[in-house]
Ligand binder design. Structure first.
Ligand SMILES: [Zn+2]
Length: 554
């Protein structure tokens, strides 16, 4: 691990550029050809062949040009029609949660409270007596019961153990009566600031805890010891590589995970490129010592993650005017503004990037105001995560302040079934406004927010260009003028993702001298019919020129 300084970064860049010319004459370790190669460079978007030497791109151009770098030890990889792209990077992923999804009860796709409960029953029946259940992924929108899960559902399905089931948006958790009793939460317990306890008609907690209220029960979850954290990260790295992600921006990294990943990297156990935004309450060491990066550049820690509000689904997103379907509520600001301001000042002094979760138009405005007050400008590249509702007045401020909009296209297609009711038609004109933010000069980086969403680059790409759900449906008022072209969508997950982590000289396009992080899909995302996009599958994921995933038979 070394500290990152501006001088160090500049020296690294100079070495890269000096090496680029010389590298052209170096023999290739690997040559890829035989399929469309999309470079991500506007001036010359397509190539026939790429040659890789010592983990970096040594040549981009014609087959004949690449063939000149071939020696006896060069591996030739025929793409057989698969399409090659700069490595796809998920600009907003929760790696610990992705791993947990692989290793815990997964309630994604449950079509009713009854089905979720039945899945819990089957899962709990196979566990040793008394072992707690951690579940993820349930979402009640579209359920015939028209309600959240509650403690009584869980009590019947998993008696004799503690149960914690996270709602898919990560902003609410439902627990069973055993947890309620252990947490000593009852009708007399008040809602904490920035949180909400769901209650029945008699005022008794139903078992659902929203935003800051989750803390009342989360402290009873099984300890996150290192073995469990390592298992989750290993599972996540595997899933990410299989999907075709060469890198991920880990949002809300616990400090223990930074230390662990740095150690794992020394063991050669970090296959993808990780960029950490450390969760604010755990960021003491980072604020003290500043940015850090492992020797091989696999694990970089340079950002702090903060939260301004909740999410639209649970009506926790902070809005300027009341929710259209809950006139008494404008949502929640989950961190007091003076606390955010103090954090931002410290982050700026330590040379750190800030990434703040802000979904509602009020939260986005507040964060832009606070970034401006902290003196943050384009050189700081501070980020707003999600930016799902941004007023027309606030949209040009992203470019002016140099604030990056880190957006997750799949949210827009998951949310299109309930957000019109939450926001009403006027606010929908500026909901999920990735095209208008780009048109106003903002850098828009793309991610998935997995495990909130599936975390499949093909789905994210499709959502950005189609703005329709996976069945091809879109509301008449879902503002499809906010669609991106395919060339624009590609940038979200490649060059903009690289810029959002200060690595555009090293990553994000297929150009000589850059690191050979590349993704190949079984079909060409730039040309296949729109409906085919979500079916695309990664067949090859290369990081530093090494295959970290290769589809069977490829
Ligand atoms: Zn997130």
């Amino acid at each position: 691990m070394r500290r990152l300084t501006r001088a160090g970064l500049a020296a690294g860049l100079a070495a890269t550029l000096a090496g680029a010319g010389a590298a052209a004459a170096e023999p290739a370790d690997l040559i890829l050809w035989g399929g469309p190669i999309w470079t991500g460079v506007d001036a010359h978007p397509k190539a026939q062949a790429v040659a890789i030497s010592h983990g970096r791109i040594a040549y981009v151009g014609t087959r004949a040009g690449a063939a000149r770098l071939r020696t006896a030890r060069t591996e030739l990889l025929d793409l057989h029609g698969a399409a090659l792209f700069p490595g796809f990077t998920d600009s907003h992923a929760h790696l610990d949660g992705i791993g947990e999804r692989e290793l815990t009860l997964n309630l994604e796709g449950a079509k009713s409270a009854a089905e979720a409960t039945e899945r819990l029953r089957a899962y709990a029946a196979a566990l040793p007596p008394g072992e707690p259940v951690i579940g993820l992924g349930w979402i009640e929108t579209g359920w015939p019961e028209h309600r959240f899960l509650q403690a009584s559902d869980l009590d019947a399905a998993a008696p004799g153990r503690r149960v914690f089931l996270e709602r898919a948006d990560g902003h609410a958790v439902v627990v069973n009566s055993a947890v309620l009793a252990a947490a000593k939460v009852d009708a007399t317990t008040h809602d904490p600031p920035g949180g909400h306890i769901e209650r029945d008609a008699q005022g008794r907690p139903t078992g659902l805890f929203v935003d800051n209220a989750k803390g009342l029960v989360d402290r009873l979850r099984p300890a996150t010891d290192e073995t469990w954290l390592r298992r989750r990260l290993q599972a996540a790295f595997k899933v990410e590589a299989r999907y075709g992600w060469t890198g991920a921006h880990f949002m809300s990294t616990p400090w223990a995970a930074v230390a662990l990943m740095e150690r794992m990297d020394r063991e050669g156990a970090v296959p993808i490129r990780v960029y950490d935004a450390v969760i604010a309450h755990d960021a003491g060491p980072l604020l003290k010592d500043g940015p850090r990066q492992t020797a091989d550049g696999r694990v970089t820690t340079r950002a702090i993650k903060a939260f301004a509000d909740g999410a639209l689904g649970s009506r926790g997103a902070a809005l300027l005017a009341p929710y259209s379907d809950a006139p008494g509520s404008t949502g929640l600001l989950v961190t007091p503004p003076d606390q955010l301001a103090a954090l931002y000042a410290k982050a700026r002094a330590a040379g750190l990037q800030v990434a703040t979760h802000a979904i509602g138009d009020r939260a986005v405005r507040e964060v832009l105001d606070l970034y401006a007050a902290a003196g943050a400008g384009p050189a700081d590249r501070w980020r707003i995560e999600h930016a799902q509702n941004v007023t027309w007045e606030d949209q040009p401020r992203f470019a002016k302040l140099g604030v990056i909009a880190s957006m997750q296209p799949s949210h827009a297609i998951s949310d299109l079934h309930f957000v019109p009711a939450r926001l009403g038609s006027a606010r929908l004109t500026y909901a999920y406004p990735w095209k208008s933010l780009r048109d106003r000069g903002a850098v828009v980086a793309g991610g998935s927010d997995a495990p909130v969403e599936r975390g499949d680059p093909a789905i994210e790409f499709y959502a950005a260009v189609a703005r329709k759900d996976l069945k091809g449906f879109s509301n008449a008022d879902w503002h499809r003028e906010q669609r991106l072209s395919r060339a624009e969508a590609l940038k979200l997950f490649t060059s903009a993702a690289a810029y959002a982590r200060f690595a555009e000289t090293e990553l994000g396009t297929i150009e000589v001298g850059k690191r050979a992080d590349l993704t190949a899909f079984d079909r060409d995302l730039m040309t296949v019919p729109e409906a085919e996009l979500p079916k695309a599958k990664a067949v090859l994921t290369l990081v530093d020129g090494q295959a970290v995933f290769r589809a069977p038979g490829f």
